[in-house]
Ligand binder design. Structure first.
Ligand code: PBG
Length: 323
């Protein structure tokens, strides 16, 4: 007698009955890039379909996201001024702080997460304070804490440190708690690799390091045990949600973290993963909708609970159509 797994694939109804992984709009986070100035909505050349927004024109975008049912955004600031210590990053009227206040004024339905990092704000483009030509871990912690607290003061619901300094989650948690922001959560970029997949983002955020690279703080793509160690530390230090970044080449890491811990995991479907598909679509090589759904599904199947993706808006439409 032949064992026939094909029976459960015979038609749409049976396939949907046995489907193990399904995408939901509830799990999507959309990245927004904020710039100074007014009346700016400019397409980002390296991230087609994504824009630089000035705060005054966010209304339309927020309305669109609300209509699509997207419930969370992550904000990245692209400041006009950079300096050695990234002081625009923690200024009360910095670009992200203004953006948080504006989104909070516009809607209660969208949760505001902020990227906490310094590379867009420092003139050297590194994610920390430089001392003797190196990124100094412990002096950076002070600044990261100031940035996180300033975001919380402006009304952020969640802060997401992406710098990969040691001890930053604990420092930020302490800073938030001391300032009575005990209800602001931390989504930590726990296993963040030194990846070539960030290229299009760095062009969009003007955050390319001016010397060296990020390999003394971001993780070596060759390592997997180390991702467990980093994640374990972040959870111990108080992270509410942990992240694997990039997503697509690191599905094994997502799975290992899922099997080892019991906190929500977010996968960051990064700029290079997005831009590569966009260019393949433009060249007529792949079916955009099918390939994006397959790719994002693979991240969920690997164990991600939440996905940050530049495709969130298109995905929301596709998920709605399929319902
Ligand atoms: C800031 C930061 C980066 C990304 C998110 N936060 C760039 C980097 O670490 O160089 C990358 C996101 C993407 O590629 O989509 N540290």
């Amino acid at each position: 007698m032949t064992i026939r797994p094909r029976r459960l694939r015979a038609n749409n109804q049976i396939r949907s009955l046995v489907r193990e992984t399904e995408l939901s709009i509830n799990d999507l986070i959309y990245p927004l890039f904020l710039v100074e100035g007014s009346n700016v909505k400019k397409e980002i050349s390296t991230l087609p379909g994504c824009y630089h927004f000035s705060v005054d024109v966010l209304k339309e975008e927020i309305e669109e996201l609300t209509k699509l049912g997207i419930k969370a955004v992550i904000l990245f600031g692209v400041p006009d001024k950079k300096d050695e210590v990234g002081s625009e990053a923690y200024r009360e009227n910095g670009i992200v702080q203004k953006g948080i206040r504006e989104i909070k004024r516009l809607t209660k339905d969208i949760m505001v997460i902020t990227d906490v990092c310094m590379c867009q704000y420092t003139d050297h483009g590194h994610c920390g304070i430089i001392e003797e030509s190196k990124v100094n871990n412990d002096s950076t912690l002070e600044y990261l804490t100031k940035i996180a607290v300033s975001h919380a003061k402006a009304g952020a619901d969640m802060v997401a440190p992406s710098d990969m300094m040691d001890g930053r989650v604990m420092a930020i948690r302490r800073g938030l708690d001391e300032n009575r922001f005990e209800n602001v959560s931390i989504m930590s970029y726990s296993a963040k690799y030194a990846s070539a997949f960030y290229g299009p983002f760095r062009a969009a955020a003007h955050s390319t390091p001016q010397f060296g690279d990020r390999r003394t703080y971001q993780m070596d793509p060759c390592n997997s045990d180390e991702a467990i160690r980093e994640t374990e530390l972040d959870i111990m230090e108080g992270a509410d949600i942990v992240m694997v970044k990039p997503a697509l080449s690191y599905l094994d890491i997502i799975r290992r973290i899922k099997d080892n811990f019991n906190v929500p995991i977010v996968a960051y479907n990064v700029s290079g993963e997005y831009a590569m598909i966009k260019s393949a679509v433009k060249a007529g090589l792949v079916d955009e909708k099918a390939i994006v759904i397959e790719k994002i599904t693979s991240m969920k199947r690997a164990g991600a609970d939440i996905i940050i993706t530049y495709y969130a808006k298109e995905l929301a439409k596709w998920i709605k159509e399929a319902d």
